[in-house]
Design a protein around this ligand. Structure first.
Ligand code: AMP
Length: 112
């Protein structure tokens, strides 16, 4: 499968990793749109939110708790941050491996 994020998971592509365990990976976005811009992904390939199933409930729950921990570690939990998941063409999703953008480190513009 030709998936950039699977290649990062498999260490075939480099990334600046901030967290890794058996199921989750968090790394800095290559083209940051904010002072802090981290991507948090499940290692397992899931195309998008549309492809989540009941059996992914625990995985996604743990992923969100990890986002909270990373925000604390990077010191934006009190100043604020945004978690974004693009899904499908209208959202501008480019990489079709489920990922959550954690952006912060400064005032963010309105989402819409
Ligand atoms: P999305 O539009 O939600 O699919 O966003 C994909 C994100 O992945 C963009 O913010 C890209 O800058 C980022 N990205 C693409 N390739 C890499 C890479 N090799 N390492 C880190 N981030 C990447």
């Amino acid at each position: 499968m030709d998936c950039i994020f699977c290649k990062i998971v498999n260490k075939e592509l480099p990334a600046k990793i901030v967290f890794e365990d058996d199921d989750l990976l968090a790394f800095y976005d290559l083209a940051p749109k904010a002072k802090i811009h981290i991507l948090v992904i499940p290692k397992k390939h899931i195309d998008s939110v549309n492809d989540l199933s009941q059996s992914d409930s625990e995985l996604i729950g743990r992923l969100f708790l990890k986002i909270k921990e990373i925000a604390q570690k990077l010191g934006v939990d009190q100043t604020g941050y945004r978690v974004i998941t693009n899904t499908g063409p209208d959202s501008g999703q480019i990489v079709h491996h489920l990922h959550f953008h954690l952006v912060g480190g400064g005032k963010l513009g309105p989402i819409a």
